[in-house]
Design a protein around this ligand. Structure first.
Ligand code: HEM
Length: 147
């Protein structure tokens, strides 16, 4: 399944190299990390997601004091991969600490979910996996929005 390009490189999503060989058959469980296609695929989606957020007048202001290159890298390498069941360990601050003082609203959170979903669609991630990713992200909402 060919899904999109990132620079010169072709990116494949919804398919895991870990589970696609005959020598190593699936045991019936795949982490979301694997279902999305591992680090390269997640990198493409996260970059698309931040491009969309920064391009959106309704939420751009949240990122003005943030080094977004660092944020993208941190998200991809240490956080998203790890929490989606990937191999890396996340040693950053807690979600609540990272978003403290940003006053992220209910609406801003919903906008972020929409942008993430559209980013997954852009890379042809199938509906069943998109549903799982969205459900997973929604578990974090209480730690992120301002209460
Ligand atoms: C499920 C949704 C979200 C997750 C999993 C998430 C995750 C994270 C993480 C792990 C960090 C820390 C990164 C680091 O230490 O470098 C972070 C920072 C940040 N997040 Fe989120 N986030 C989410 C939603 C949002 C939303 C909805 C907004 C704004 C509308 C937002 C704005 C930010 C900003 C501006 C920072 C950087 C804060 C700083 O520079 O100190 N996040 N996020």
């Amino acid at each position: 399944m060919l899904n999109g390009t990132q620079g010169e490189e072709q990116v494949w999503l919804g398919q895991s190299s870990h589970f696609s060989t005959k020598e190593e058959p699936s045991l019936g469980y795949k982490s979301l990390y694997d279902e999305l296609g591992g680090e390269k695929a997640i990198t493409a989606v996260v970059n698309e997601f931040y491009d969309r957020m920064i391009d959106d007048d309704r939420v751009r202001h949240y990122f003005v004091h943030t080094n977004t290159d660092r944020l993208r890298k941190h998200q991809i390498s240490f956080f998203v991969s790890h929490l989606l069941g990937g191999p890396k360990e996340y040693k950053g601050s807690t979600l609540r600490m990272a978003h403290q003082g940003l006053n992220i609203t209910f609406d801003a959170y919903e906008i972020a979910i929409k942008h993430l979903n559209r980013s997954l669609i852009k890379y042809n991630v199938p509906l069943d996996i998109r549903v799982k990713v969205e459900a997973f992200l929604r578990t974090m909402k209480p730690h992120i929005i301002n209460k």
